[in-house]
Design a protein around this ligand. Structure first.
Ligand code: PGA
Length: 254
């Protein structure tokens, strides 16, 4: 059985004060959760601070982005080595907000995937279709293309211990989550797509669902066999709601 991963993506939210209160709430609420890996990805400015606040807890630190270069004349960029030194474990790449606002391409994201693997960090590769693509029955084609950018350059073995987050763009921040059946169908498609290259890797890869996951819809999503946790935006900013989601994953998958 795959151990689920619930990860909070704080996006561009928070302050030191907020981080302190939120982490304290999470530590209290999640002290005895087993059977579910947990991570939070605060803004990079607060990584060091949040790492200190997390001390003594099983909650992992994550980051929301990485650059492809490791060092050099790249103003404003942050490397995988720096993220590693800060104690991060899971790094989100390919989020639709970066694909859209920063014009990140599939091949650029595949390079990020590679640099994370080279540095012993775990990529959380976000994929997913727009509403228009969904309505045009392009969901599978879009997800396949986004995965193939990694599969075809790095091979299926790159997905060993990696994480995929299926996040339909129409569900992100809209309050309109995919239904459990809709999400399960896409998750199964993703797993089967990887299995065509390597069945063992496909069986172990964690596929999270993301897009308006909250404390009321999480438990039902986790009943689906190919949904291995969640990438949570808005609800990860509330300790109580995030804890309910983590506990729902731990319960459903134990
Ligand atoms: P949301 O965001 O939970 O606020 O919909 C999810 C994400 O963008 O990862």
């Amino acid at each position: 059985m795959r151990k689920p991963l619930v990860m909070g993506n704080w996006k561009l939210n928070g302050s030191k004060e907020m981080a302190k209160t939120l982490v304290a709430g999470l530590k209290q609420n999640l002290a005895d959760v087993k059977n579910c890996d947990v991570a939070i990805a605060p803004p990079v400015m607060y990584l060091d601070f949040v790492r200190e606040q997390l001390s003594g807890s099983a909650i992992n630190l994550g980051a929301q982005n990485v650059d492809t270069a490791v060092s050099g004349a790249y103003t404003g960029d942050i490397s995988a080595q720096m993220l590693k030194e800060m104690g991060t474990k899971y790094i989100i790449i390919g989020h639709s907000e970066r694909r859209t606002y920063h014009k990140e391409s599939d091949s650029f994201i595949a390079k990020k995937f590679a640099v994370l693997k080279e540095n012993g960090l775990i990529p959380v590769l976000c994929i997913g279709e727009t509403e228009a693509e969904n309505e045009a029955n392009q969901t599978e084609a879009v997800c396949a293309r986004q995965i193939d950018a990694v599969l075809e350059t790095l091979g299926a073995a790159a997905f060993k211990d990696a994480v995929i987050a299926y996040e339909p763009i129409w569900a992100i921040g809209t309050g309109k989550s995919a239904t459990p059946a809709q999400a399960q169908a896409v998750h199964k498609f993703i797993r089967d797509h990887i299995a065509k290259k390597d069945a063992e890797i496909a069986k172990q890869v964690i596929i999270q669902y993301g897009g308006s996951v909250n404390d009321s819809n999480a438990a039902e999503l986790f009943t689906q066999p190919d949904i291995d946790g969640a990438l949570v935006g808005g609800a990860s900013l509330k300790a109580d709601a995030f804890a309910v989601i983590v506990k729902a994953a731990a319960k459903a998958k134990s």
